[in-house]
Write a protein that binds this ligand. Structure first.
Ligand code: PMP
Ligand code: GLU
Length: 398
């Protein structure tokens, strides 16, 4: 049969982060000694107390469909989490659990965006936001900030980007891919602008909340007048090293939760039953149960930043959260190796893949062509070897 793929899928890019990880695995399968710093996934295993809770849930018969929005017990634990960690009060009707934060985002974007609506996306952005928005037919308004601004757009820039068609703004803080964290003052400045536009929804992706080097974390929902117009996205993948469990959630206005539940009821139903039971246990123990991971990430960040500083002409911000670095390598564009010119971040990423055998992700996938993303969710030993190889390969460019 000939391919009958629909236009919207033809026009979609595969996830660059997952694609690069797959490429690196394929090269490793050919026997090449690859180091992959491409995927945003904690290298830690899920803590034992969480695994134990899932095993007990299976034995207790949690093997059936759950309510679409999630087990009441889990939604109650999420309500408690918001109270304890963020000082925010929600009802369980304002919470929906999904198959990963990815699905939470997809639900929201499809619930609010009509073709022709505008959504403001802070750039550098996480790869999947872009393609998910494209699928809705809405118009992307990209609000870029470079390394010199700490990758955080100003309130003035936000104000200038708003039009009568703006329906929402979307960002992650701590950010994937930059690790930048929006401070209370910066968020307050955005709120000042948004006060004039009460019908714009803020979608605040806080999935890296627990991977923060200088807590506390501030959510825009905590600022005056914002909770009822903010959708907070969070999940278990990063803070609890549970990427394979596929569990995320959203807290927001009830009308939005209802719309997301309607959509989810037709597409996937509730998230995995025994995973939800384990997630209750994870949330009850909270961030302190995975503090050891953050301490480890902090050491790695220091090593990576110290090393990057010694590489000529590379500019990097100081990330305050997540486990990414997003250095600007544009000074290397135009240099050559074996007669081949490295024109941009895509070329440089391929060069480092082929010559240094280190897999990274080009910044172009995140809306910033000057940069390359490093995920430092790998052991210090691996990072040291990766940086040694990268320094060596860069020095061979002329
Ligand atoms: N948001 C951001 C910013 C992410 O980096 C990721 C990465 N996986 C997600 C959402 C999706 O997470 P999940 O595994 O919960 O789908
Ligand atoms: N969010 C991670 C990343 O950016 C995991 C991969 C993905 O979900 O795209 O690498």
């Amino acid at each position: 049969m000939k391919s009958i793929i629909a236009e919207r899928i033809k026009n979609m890019q595969p996830s660059a982060t997952l694609a690069m990880a797959a490429k690196s695995r394929a090269l490793a399968a050919e026997g090449i000694d690859m180091i992959s710093l491409s995927l945003g996934e904690p290298d830690f295993d899920t803590p034992d107390f969480i695994k134990q809770a899932a095993k007990e849930a299976l034995d207790a018969g949690y093997t059936k469909y759950t309510p679409v929005a999630g087990l009441l017990e889990l939604r109650e634990a999420i309500v408690e989490k918001f109270k304890r960690d963020n000082g925010l009060t929600y009802t369980t009707d304002q919470i929906i659990v999904s198959n990963g934060a990815k699905q939470s985002l997809y639900n929201i974007l499809n619930s609010i965006l009509n073709p022709g609506d505008e959504i403001i996306l802070f750039a550098p952005y996480w790869v999947s936001y872009y393609e998910m928005i494209k699928l809705t037919g809405a118009t992307l308004i990209i609000l870029s900030a470079g390394v010199e601004e700490g990758y955080k757009p100003s309130a003035e820039a936000l104000s200038a980007a708003i039009t009568p068609k703006t329906k929402a703004i979307l960002y992650s803080s701590p950010s994937n891919p930059t690790g930048a964290v929006l401070t209370k003052d910066e968020l307050q400045a955005y709120v000042q602008v948004l006060r004039e536009y009460p019908d714009i929804l803020v979608i605040s992706d806080e999935i890296y909340e627990y991977i923060l080097f200088n807590p506390p974390h501030v959510s825009i929902a905590q600022l005056e007048g914002m909770q009822e117009r903010t959708a907070v996205i969070n999940g278990f993948s990063k803070g609890f090293a549970m990427t394979g469990w596929r569990l995320g959630y959203m807290a927001g206005p009830e009308w939005l939760v209802k719309a997301c539940s309607k959509m989810q009821s037709q597409v996937t139903s509730g998230a995995t039953s025994f995973g939800q039971k384990a997630a209750v246990t994870a949330l009850q123990r909270g961030a302190k149960s995975t503090r050891y991971m953050v301490e480890e990430f902090e050491q790695r960040r220091k090593f990576m930043l110290d090393t990057l500083k010694t590489i000529p002409s590379v500019h990097c911000n100081q990330p305050e959260g997540a486990f990414y670095l997003f250095p600007d390598f544009s000074a290397y564009f135009g240099r050559s190796f074996n007669g081949q010119t490295v024109k941009d971040a895509d070329d440089l990423t391929m060069y480092l893949l082929e010559e240094a055998h280190v897999a990274l992700v080009s910044g172009s996938a995140f809306g910033e062509k000057r940069c390359i993303r490093f995920s430092y969710a790998a052991s210090l030993e691996t990072l040291k070897e990766a940086m040694r190889r990268i320094e060596n390969a860069l020095s061979r460019l002329t």
